[in-house]
Design a protein around this ligand. Structure first.
Ligand SMILES: Cc1ncc(COP(=O)(O)O)c(C=O)c1O
Length: 375
């Protein structure tokens, strides 16, 4: 079945009791059992809930994974992946990742003996050199947040697996519609479903798509730790997933046009968008992605002051953290989403702005940026 069909049908058979076409919100904390020690597939809603099952089955089908485990947030999903490690294990992490990912690994899991080093994973020699005997994960984000670097998933999978490690890919920016990391050799895909999969800025969630062996351990950890998405959140996320492909087509189209507009603008020093032929990852992105995504970062000639001014002047682009919703957003990563990496190797330039290009009419978006960029 094609992607669009899976998005609407996988895990979403009509409900057998009434024939409801839409997956119901099973708003219940527990399930009656026919006899002691027997149940009908569900016993307690931390362990499982049918609305969550539908979401998981759908996302597994979209990522071509054996299984998916949905979480209360993207960071809860990452936390569960890291809880599969033991003290002394090492994570080789991309040096351009979401600030919260870096904070969690270095500051939280670091306290429990997990070691992490950051390298530029687009440099394959540096990646090989960064591998240790104790490396359990190579952790990539592509396109990366916020510098829009493109990493070679197949090459990283080879390096990771040759060293006895697994490749984790944060596929939040690309979504399974644009990029299928498991097909390219990755072992674990993680999502902040808060972003494009949810797609409407109305729910926080996360998901891990992987093989059955990892999924079994993740389910055990999730049940033991408890970071589950509620039924209503699962419902909203599933509702978003149904339209992922049509939204992504428009996000990509709009972003391409805006990136081209910004690249010509005299107030802009550099545009980071993999859809531009001048982007160093353009060819690689064209080979491993269906299209180039809806995220753009750009640097202002006038430095931090100009960046602040533009971010505060846009009207359609709301000044807000997060990304991937139908509405356009603008933010200053150095001060907002990536404040937790200030002073580390992952620090981002202070003249950088990040756009999450929405699905409004592109002419209106260009006009909004034009007025914000005026002297
Ligand atoms: C690429 C990426 N991964 C993970 C996360 C964390 O997800 P959440 O905010 O749903 O916990 C984010 C959040 O911005 C993100 O941008």
């Amino acid at each position: 079945m094609h992607f669009n069909t899976r998005a609407i049908h996988a895990g979403q058979d009509p409900e057998p009791l009434t024939g409801a076409v839409n997956v119901p919100v099973y708003q219940t904390s527990t399930f009656v059992q026919p006899a002691v020690g027997e149940h009908l597939g569900y016993e307690y809603a931390r362990t499982g809930n049918p609305t969550r099952t539908a979401l998981q089955d759908c996302l597994a089908a979209l990522e071509n994974a054996d299984a998916c485990v949905a979480f209360a947030s993207g960071l809860a999903a990452e936390d569960a992946i890291l809880r599969m490690l033991s003290p002394g294990d090492h994570v080789l992490m991309a040096n351009d990742v979401y600030g919260g990912t870096w904070r969690q690994i270095s500051k939280v899991h670091g306290r429990f003996g997990i070691e992490v080093t950051a390298v530029d994973l687009s440099d394959l020699d540096a990646t090989k050199a960064g591998m240790r005997d104790s490396t359990r994960y190579v952790w990539a984000e592509t396109p990366s947040n916020p510098l829009l670097k493109i990493l070679d998933i197949a090459a990283l999978a080879e390096i990771a697996n040759a060293g006895g490690a697994e490749l984790v890919v944060d596929n939040t920016f690309a979504t399974p519609y644009l990029q299928q990391p498991l097909e390219l050799g990755a072992d674990i895909v993680v999502h902040s479903t808060t972003k494009y999969i949810g797609g409407h800025s109305d729910v926080v969630g996360g998901a891990v798509c992987t093989d059955e062996e990892n999924a079994e351990e993740l389910r055990y950890l999730q049940n033991a730790v408890g970071a589950v998405p509620g039924p209503w959140d699962s419902y909203l996320t599933l509702r978003g997933a149904k339209t992922l492909a049509v939204r992504m087509d428009r996000h990509c189209e709009n972003a391409q046009r805006i990136a081209e507009y910004l690249a010509e603008h005299e107030a802009v020093v550099e545009v980071l968008y993999p859809g531009l032929p001048a982007h160093p990852g353009h060819e690689l992105a064209a080979s491993q992605m269906l299209a180039f995504g809806g995220m753009i970062s750009f640097r202002l000639r006038g430095g931090e002051e100009a960046a602040r001014r533009v971010a505060e002047r846009t009207e359609l682009f709301f000044l807000a953290e997060s990304l991937g919703g139908v509405e356009s957003l603008i933010e200053h990563p150095g001060i907002m989403t990536h404040a937790s990496v200030v002073g580390t190797d992952l620090e981002v330039p202070n003249d950088l702005l990040r756009l999450s290009v929405g699905i409004e009419h592109v002419d209106d978006l260009v006009a909004d940026l034009a007025q914000a960029l005026e002297d």
